[in-house]
Design a protein around this ligand. Structure first.
Ligand SMILES: Nc1ncnc2c1ncn2[C@@H]1O[C@H](COP(=O)(O)OP(=O)(O)O)[C@@H](O)[C@H]1O
Ligand SMILES: [Mg+2]
Length: 251
């Protein structure tokens, strides 16, 4: 599968100049759910930096706080304390509107269960983020078709999610995540609901997106998936326990 859509055409020299610039910087991030006797400390003071251009996976036991952290990085939720710098901007104290805006401009998010809108076609699902971004209707359609074509779904534009296989639904979700040209693609167990062949397809897409300049951060519990990324961060009890494992040093 070749991804050469203009929607993904990042400027090469811009990529060069951005090498080693942090896209995500977490400083002492905590997250406490509930209150008093129901209190759960999901994150206990996470420090983590992800640089532009990285292809990084997050591993760790179930309940160790991976999704909580991804939701904070993805501006879907706020930390209880600490600072989160997204592309240099401290978004820790942003209100819901400002978070939604920056999410729409800079981030794409892919989930294990796809989270496509069931009443909409593949094309409409992919056009939706551009409605919020204020892209003109004709441009929306053109860019959605391009992104879906890049995912090999040019013959599935008018299908609804329940008329698509799991792998096809995840590719629609990836098209939706990248159509606003995010600097950072977040994926929380994106292959968790897929068979091994489809998993390979999704990983090939992530590799091409990363080659095109998009920073990719992915949670997985599958070591063979993590080994396809360049850097592995390990989570334990709401903290980063290893921040720079490589496919060779993964236990
Ligand atoms: N919305 C929530 N309300 C209360 N507790 C939560 C909520 N979301 C997660 N938790 C708790 O926070 C901890 C971390 O969960 P999570 O981030 O989902 O871990 P992981 O993704 O690593 O499995 C767990 O103990 C979980 O039960
Ligand atoms: Mg999780």
């Amino acid at each position: 599968m070749k991804i050469d859509s203009p929607a993904l055409d990042h400027n090469f020299s811009a990529n060069l100049s951005s090498i080693l610039a942090p896209i995500v910087r977490l400083e002492g991030i905590t997250k406490v759910y509930g209150s008093l006797n129901t209190e759960v400390r999901a994150l206990a003071g996470v420090n983590l930096t992800i640089n532009k251009g990285e292809y990084c996976s997050i591993m760790g036991a179930s309940g160790s706080g991976k999704s909580t952290m991804m939701n904070i990085i993805g501006c879907l939720d706020r930390s209880t304390s600490g600072h989160y710098y997204l592309d240099g901007v401290d978004v820790s104290s942003f209100n819901n509107n400002d978070l939604a805006k920056i999410r729409n401009q800079k981030l794409g998010f892919v989930f294990q269960q796809f989270h496509l809108l069931p009443g909409m076609s593949a094309l409409e699902n992919v056009m939706l983020p551009m409605v919020y971004a204020g892209v003109s209707p004709s441009q929306r359609r053109e860019r959605a078709v391009e992104a879906l074509t890049a995912m090999g779904l040019e013959n599935r534009l008018n299908n609804r999610p329940n008329q698509l296989s799991g792998g096809q639904q995840q590719r629609v979700a990836i098209a939706r995540a990248i159509v606003n040209r995010p600097v950072l693609l977040l994926a929380d167990e994106p292959t968790g609901a897929l068979d091994s062949v489809t998993t390979q397809e999704v990983l090939a897409i992530f590799e091409e997106l990363n080659d095109s300049g998009i920073t990719v951060l992915m949670v997985t519990h599958e070591p063979e998936v993590a080994r396809r990324t360049k850097r592995i961060v390990w989570f334990k009890d709401g903290l980063v326990s290893h921040e720079n494992l490589t496919p060779d040093t993964l236990p």
